[in-house]
Write a protein that binds this ligand. Structure first.
Ligand SMILES: Nc1nc2c(c(=O)[nH]1)N[C@H]1C(S)=C(S)[C@@H](COP(=O)(O)O)O[C@H]1N2
Ligand SMILES: [Mo]
Length: 320
């Protein structure tokens, strides 16, 4: 829970649920193993049934990306049942339940602001705008847990090529869909909605910044930000805004939901940094979902080769 509104409820409160979740996964895995032994099939095939299902998904035969990690992927079940999506409830298991009926068709993303050609893109147009790639990225939540996800999409810079940002464009602002009728839990989110986020223009145009339309070979599940979201793998997860309807090229630093909620705890940059602690907990380590022992958190979440140059000369303790 990220909110300061409940100061006695910190990340530590997340842990018991996480352990419970992992135990459930463990028992399920045992079930799989048992079935495999009976069927005489290799354990490896059954350990990740979703991988086999990938060929049958909406997006088979995706181009691979040199940006992909070779680390073990989190399971589809982990990534779709342990979510932060406050519009659908503040608990990790709520988005999977409450987002089931979320209507994502028709969907339009409006690209506007300091650009030569403002444009509205339908979802069909977005899907054909550039070749879709699979990008297997690490994702590190500010709360101290992490996952590895095979996202699908293309660099956000592909959109910029089409709308041509002008000289006044220095930042990019993003806005999520918000409708209390479909997201009644949003009333209790404790944050101002619609959810908004932003990046400096050079960050947004870095090839790692992904316009994401799917995961695990298929469309995005509603709870993970269907039908289209942003993924910025070197920043804390809350920067990776879900279910976007607007992209605005702007001249000044745009407001960001967690930053305006609590500027001392959540900065505009929010680059993953093990050396800059959150005021209420250390950021030196993280727990990969499904694992017991914590692992060290890496500077820029391990993407320093791609992004460190964006921050040359900046004091990362000041610009957190
Ligand atoms: N619109 C919106 N986007 C959001 C959030 C949210 O509550 N609302 N939560 C953020 C946080 S804190 C994280 S860690 C990631 C989680 O993405 P995932 O559930 O697909 O793993 O989404 C981010 N994007
Ligand atoms: Mo997060």
């Amino acid at each position: 829970m990220m909110l300061q509104r409940k100061p006695d409820l910190t990340h530590a409160d997340v842990t018991p649920k996480e352990i419970y979740f992992n135990r459930r996964k463990f028992l399920q895995a045992m079930g799989f193993a048992g079935a495999a032994a009976v069927a005489g099939k290799g354990l490896l095939d059954l350990a990740s049934p979703r991988l086999d299902a990938r060929a049958a998904g909406k997006f088979p035969n995706l181009a691979k990306s040199p940006f992909s990690t070779t680390e073990k992927e989190s399971t589809f079940d982990e990534v779709t049942h342990y979510n932060n999506f406050y519009e659908f409830g503040v608990d990790k298991d709520q988005p999977a339940k409450n987002a089931q009926k979320f209507r994502t068709t028709p969907w339009t993303v409006s690209v506007e602001g300091e650009v030569k050609t403002k444009r509205k893109f339908s979802m069909d147009e977005i899907l054909k705008l550039a070749p879709l790639e699979e990008r297997i990225y690490r994702h590190r939540c500010v709360e101290g847990w992490s996952i590895v996800v095979p996202w699908i999409g293309f660099s956000l810079s592909e959109i910029a090529k089409l709308v041509e940002p002008g000289p006044k464009a220095k930042y990019v602002a993003f806005e999520s869909y918000y409708d209390l009728g479909q997201m009644p839990e949003g009333k209790y989110a404790g944050i101002q909605l619609p959810y908004v986020e932003g990046l400096r223009l050079d960050e947004a145009m870095n090839p790692l910044t992904l316009l994401c339309v799917g995961m695990y070979g298929d469309s995005l599940p509603n709870q993970d930000g269907a039908p289209v979201r942003i993924v910025i793998p070197w920043k804390y997860g809350f920067k990776s805004i879900k279910s976007i309807v607007k992209i605005r090229f702007v001249s000044g630093e745009p407001p960001c939901t967690w930053n305006i909620t609590n500027p001392r705890e959540y900065g505009f940059y929010s680059n993953v940094n093990p050396n800059v602690d959150h005021p209420r907990w250390s950021q030196a380590k993280e727990r990969r979902l499904g694992e017991i022992f914590k692992r060290p958190t890496l500077l820029f979440n391990g993407y320093q080769d791609q992004v460190a140059s964006l921050y040359t000369g900046m004091d990362l303790k000041k610009y957190y």
